[in-house]
Design a protein around this ligand. Structure first.
Ligand code: PMP
Length: 291
């Protein structure tokens, strides 16, 4: 397992900066027992002039608030306060290229009733920019994404990630790098922690919202398409369509932009270096370190 902290690491917990090794949470928390918490995955990069820059920090903390509200978890922090706390966590831990994990969690509560309080932690660990040198072998998962009528799937709620873990572990157990999940109607949805785009004749396509977590990176890719005049469309996508694609990529905060080698062992038509996805990958790389 990866090592996320050592004896010197400091995290943010309810307004204080405390040693990760000494920080405590209540084992009777509703969050631990039922997956009833919300979180974010954010990245910081050392930018072109050597400063530490958190990419789209405001958007991530706004989504954290929306996620909490969607599952009725009390939330009483401002975006500014949490952005400031994040920069402080990075500074005290001497981090520049990092992964940042805010998590809002519930108090001790074994019932299902609404809470009057909640807690927040912000953790960070080193993560070098990845930017997908290696292409992914992807498997169509036997698991589908949760029914949007069973969960508010636009919320980044911890419990939803049991589905992601099942799909990802299944793919790895079968010799693949990652899973692709369909929605409850069998259309292409997303990866366990990333959105998907495919390319056909120079046009890009991505699943419409409704059955996916509409990622901040997905929004950035749409912005890049706009800037580079790449035609892009959000729509319902079938697995057969995806198999006939010229190229495919995942995008997400952690994954950044990463091309696929194959889906269910079937390679794509054009090489990644000649794809529109590759151009998007370069543009994304530039955007995250821009001043
Ligand atoms: N889908 C799922 C299920 C995710 O967990 C993530 C990661 N947050 C994404 C998509 C990509 O979202 P973002 O670009 O905001 O990281």
């Amino acid at each position: 397992m990866a090592s996320y902290y050592n004896e010197n690491t400091v995290l943010y917990l309810n307004g204080a900066f405390v040693k990760a090794a000494e920080a405590k949470m209540d084992l009777y928390s509703q969050s631990l027992h039922y997956g009833y918490s919300v979180f974010e995955g954010i990245r910081s990069y050392k930018n072109e002039v050597g400063e530490t820059k958190v990419f789209k920090a405001e958007q991530h903390f706004e989504r954290l608030k929306k996620s909490a509200s969607a599952i009725r978890l009390p939330y009483h922090w401002t975006v500014e306060q949490l952005v400031e706390a994040t920069y402080e966590v990075l500074k005290v831990n001497n981090l520049q290229d990092a992964y940042i994990r805010p998590l809002v969690f519930a108090p001790a509560n074994m019932s299902f009733v609404e809470n009057t309080e909640s807690f927040i932690t912000i953790q960070a660990w080193e993560m070098q920019p990845f930017l997908g040198e290696k292409l992914l072998k992807v498997m169509t998962s036997s698991f589908q994404r949760p029914n949007p009528k069973g969960f508010t799937i636009t919320a980044k709620a911890s419990g939803h990630y049991v589905n992601s873990i099942m799909a990802s572990q299944e793919a790895k157990a079968n010799g693949f790098d990652e899973a692709l999940l369909t929605d409850i109607n069998g259309y292409v949805a997303e990866g366990p922690g990333a959105n998907v785009f495919y390319e056909k004749d120079g046009h890009l396509f991505t699943p419409a919202t409704g059955n996916i977590l509409p990622g901040i990176t997905r929004a950035t890719v749409l912005e890049i398409c706009d800037e580079l005049l790449i035609p892009v469309k959000e729509k319902l996508i079938t697995l057969d369509e995806l198999k006939e694609a010229d190229a495919v990529f995942f995008c997400g905060t952690a994954a950044e932009v990463i091309g696929w080698e194959s889906l269910d062992n079937r390679p794509f038509k054009i090489s990644w270096k000649d794809s529109v996805g590759n151009k998007i990958q370069q543009a994304y790389k530039n955007k995250v370190v821009a001043v």
